[in-house]
Design a protein around this ligand. Structure first.
Ligand code: GLV
Ligand code: GLV
Length: 321
C-alpha cells in the first residue's frame, strides 16, 4: 500500500503532484492552517508529514501521530517550529529546504534595508494622504549606503547572499559575528569577524540573518539596542523570536536607533493594533522573504522530494541531522 501522508496546507501544485503520485495524500486544502485539534486528528496513523513553519511540531503532535510516523518534511529553511530532539528520539527523519530560497530571501532583506534607509513608508503615506506639497530640500531625507558599515549577525547562506548584494552599493565595510568564524565566506565578501557587541557599536546597518535557537532568543534586547548607534537601522528577516519586541518598540520610539525593517514578528500575524505599526520608522512585512513564485514552487518540490526519499529509506536531498 502507498504510504499515508498529511499535507497541512494548500501548496504549489508541482510539489503536491509529486506526493500524490507516490502516496495516499490527505491534505488540508486551505490557505489558512488547520486548527490544532483538526491537525492532531489528521496526523493519526500517518507515515509522512508535510508541514509549514506555522505548524508546531512537538511531542504532543508526534504522540498523536503515533509510531507509524517516520518522516517530517518542512517547506522552510527555518525549523525552530520543530522539536528536533523529540523527532530524533522517535527515529523520525526531518527534511527542510535550504539553499533554494537564499536569493529570494536575500533580495527581500535588501529591499527592507533600502526601504527603511530611504523612508519609503513615510513617502508612500505622504503621497497617498495628499501631504506631498512640493519638492522640499530637507524633506524625507534618509541615509545612503555609500560608505556605510554593515553588520551581519549570522554569515550563513542568507547572510552571505545579503553581503554579496550589498557590495555594489559601495559600502565601506562588512562586519559579521556568529557562533564561529567563517573564513572562506568572509573572504568572498571581505567581511571582518568580530564580537556581537563590537558589531552593534560600529554598524550603520545591523542585519539579523541568524536562525532562532535558545542562544539567539531575544538576542536583540534593550541592552543590544542601546549599544547600537542612534543612527543605526535594524533589519530582521529571520525569526521574530530573536527580538524582544517591546524593547525594539522602546528603542524606535525614544530614538535609541533610527529605524527598523522587519519581515518577521512575534506573533505572526502581527495584530493590527501593535504599537510598532504606528511608528513611521518601522516597516513591517508579512513574512514574505521567500515569496517569489519560482522559489515557493521549488520549496514545495524539495520538501516533497525530502518526504518521498525519507519514506523510501533513501538519503534525503536536505536532511536536518
Ligand atoms: C522562512 O522563513 C523559512 O524558514 O523558509
Ligand atoms: C539560514 O538558515 C541560512 O541559510 O543562512
Amino acid at each position: 500500500p502507498k504510504p499515508k501522508v498529511f499535507v497541512s496546507r494548500r501548496i504549489p501544485e508541482k510539489g503536491f503532484a509529486l506526493l500524490a503520485s507516490e502516496c495516499d495524500v490527505l491534505s488540508w486544502n486551505h490557505e489558512d492552517p488547520p486548527p490544532r485539534k483538526d491537525y492532531l486528528t489528521a496526523v493519526r496513523g500517518i507515515q509522512g508529514l508535510f508541514c509549514l513553519l506555522t505548524d508546531t511540531i512537538d511531542a504532543e503532535l508526534l504522540n498523536e501521530a503515533g509510531p507509524s510516523l517516520r518522516v517530517v518534511s518542512t517547506m522552510s529553511v527555518g525549523y525552530d517550529h520543530i522539536d528536533v530532539q523529540e523527532c530524533h528520539k522517535r527515529n523520525i527523519q526531518i527534511g527542510y529546504t535550504p539553499g533554494i530560497l537564499t536569493s529570494a530571501t536575500a533580495e527581500l532583506t535588501v529591499t527592507l534595508l533600502l526601504a527603511t534607509s530611504r523612508r519609503i513608508k513615510e513617502g508612500v503615506k505622504a503621497v497617498e494622504n495628499g501631504e506631498w506639497g512640493t519638492w522640499k530640500p530637507m524633506w524625507l531625507c534618509g541615509q545612503g549606503l555609500e560608505g556605510a558599515t554593515v553588520g551581519i549577525v549570522g554569515l550563513g547562506r542568507i547572510g552571505l547572499a545579503v553581503a554579496k548584494r550589498l557590495k555594489p552599493f559601495d559600502i565601506a565595510q562588512i562586519l559579521y559575528c556568529g557562533r564561529s568564524e567563517k573564513p572562506s565566506q568572509a573572504l568572498e565578501v571581505g567581511a571582518v569577524f568580530t564580537s556581537f557587541e563590537d558589531l552593534l557599536t560600529r554598524s550603520d546597518f545591523v542585519i539579523a540573518c541568524c536562525a532562532l535557537t535558545p542562544e539567539t532568543h531575544h538576542l536583540f534586547n534593550a541592552t543590544a539596542f542601546k549599544q547600537m548607534k542612534q543612527t543605526a537601522i535594524f533589519i530582521n528577516s529571520s525569526r521574530g523570536g530573536i527580538v524582544n519586541q517591546d524593547d525594539l518598540y522602546e528603542a524606535l520610539k525614544s530614538g535609541k536607533i533610527r529605524a527598523a525593517g522587519l519581515d518577521v514578528t512575534t506573533p505572526e500575524p502581527l495584530p493590527t493594533d501593535s504599537p510598532l505599526l504606528k511608528l513611521d520608522n518601522c516597516l513591517v512585512l508579512p513574512h514574505i522573504g521567500s515569496a517569489t513564485q519560482s522559489t515557493r514552487e521549488a520549496m514545495a518540490v524539495l520538501a516533497a522530494r525530502n518526504l518521498l526519499a525519507g519514506l523510501q529509506g533513501k538519503p534525503m536531498p536536505c536532511q536536518i541531522k
